[in-house]
Design a protein around this ligand. Sequence first.
Ligand code: SF4
Length: 371
Amino acid sequence: MTSFNDIFRKQSWKDITSSIYAKTDKDVEQALSAEKRSLEDFKALISPAAAPYLEQMARMSHELTLRRFGKVIQMYVPLYLSNECNNICTYCGFSYDNKVRRKTLSSIEIMQEVAVIKKMGYDHVLLVTGEANQNVHVDYFKKVLELIRPHFSHISMEVQPLDLEDYQELKPYGLNTVLVYQETYHEEDYKKHHPKGKKSNFLYRLETPDRLGQAGIHKMGIGVLIGLEDWRTDSFFTAMHLDYLEKQYWQTKYSLSFPRLRPFSGGLEPKVEMSDRELVQLICAYRIFNEEVELSMSTRESERFRNHVIKLGITSISAGSKTNPGGYAVEPQSLEQFEISDERNPSQISQMIKEQGYEAIWKDWDFSLTS
Ligand code: SF4
C-alpha cells in the first residue's frame, strides 16, 4: 500500500530549505496571481521574499475564507484525560523523565469535567492524552467515547498514534476527528527530540494520517510544532503532506494547526523564533494555497494576536482551555502540559468574535446527520 513515506523519501530537507530562501518577488507575484497554487507557489508565499506582500496576502486570505466558510468561527475545548506518558519529548511537561504526579481520569471524574465543559456551552470536545498504552489504550478510549457521546455532537481526539484496526474499531463509538502532529519533518532532529518511547518511531507517526484515511475517519488534523526546526521548511512539508492526503483520501476533511512552542515546567527554549508577523504570513499562505482546509488556533497564542487573526483565515478556536487532567473540576492545580496564553473564558471569546462581525459556533457538525 502506498503512503506519504514514498514521497517523503524522495525529498531533501536541505534542498527544500534552499529553494524556499531563493524565492524572489517575481515568484511571490506569480503565486498571488495564479488561478490554482502549486507547492512551488506555496514556497514563495512562505519565503522571506513574501514579507512585503503581507497586506495583500491578508486581504486575499480573508476573502477566500469568507467565500468558503462564511462569517463563522467554530469553538472547541480540550479535555485532558491523562498525563501518563512513556515517551520522552524534549518540549513537553508530561515527558516521562519529568517527575510529576501522573493521573488518568476515572469515569466519574470524566463526567465531572464534562459537566463544567457543557456549562461553558461546548458541544465539540477534543480528548487529549499522553502515550501510556498500559492504562490509556483502545478499551479505555472506547469506554470514554461511550460515556461522553450522548453529551457532544462532535468528538475529536489527540492521543497516541494507533493501528489501522484500532481506528476502525473506535469509529463506530463516535470518534469523528483525529489530530496527529508530526512535530517536525526533520528526521534526524525528530530523533533528538524523541529519544525514548514509541514516539521515537518517526515512520509510524509519519504514516498515521494514511491509516486515518484508510479507516475512513471523518476529519484529520496535521501540523508541526513551530520552534523545533526552520518553520518554513517544516510548514512546506506539512503542505506537501496535506496535498498528498487530499488526493489519496479525498472524502476526508482536513485541518491544520501551527502551534508555537510554549513555556512549561522544565522547558525547552525554541531553536527557531517565529515572529507574530511571520505566523500571520504562514496562516495567509496556507489559506491562499488551500481554500478548503480548516485552520485552527489554540489558547497558546496571546489575546492580542488571536483578536487580530480572527478575520485572516482561522476557522476554529479554543477558549477557556485547561491543559491538565482534571483541570476544569477534579484537580485544577495539577501540572499543565504547557502554559496557555489567552486566559479569557469562552463567553468573552464568543463576544470578541461577535464584535468582529462573526458568529461563534459551538459544535462542528451534527453526528446524527450522518449516522
Ligand atoms: S508530547 Fe505527547 S507523547 Fe510527548 S511527552 Fe508530551 S504527552 Fe507524551
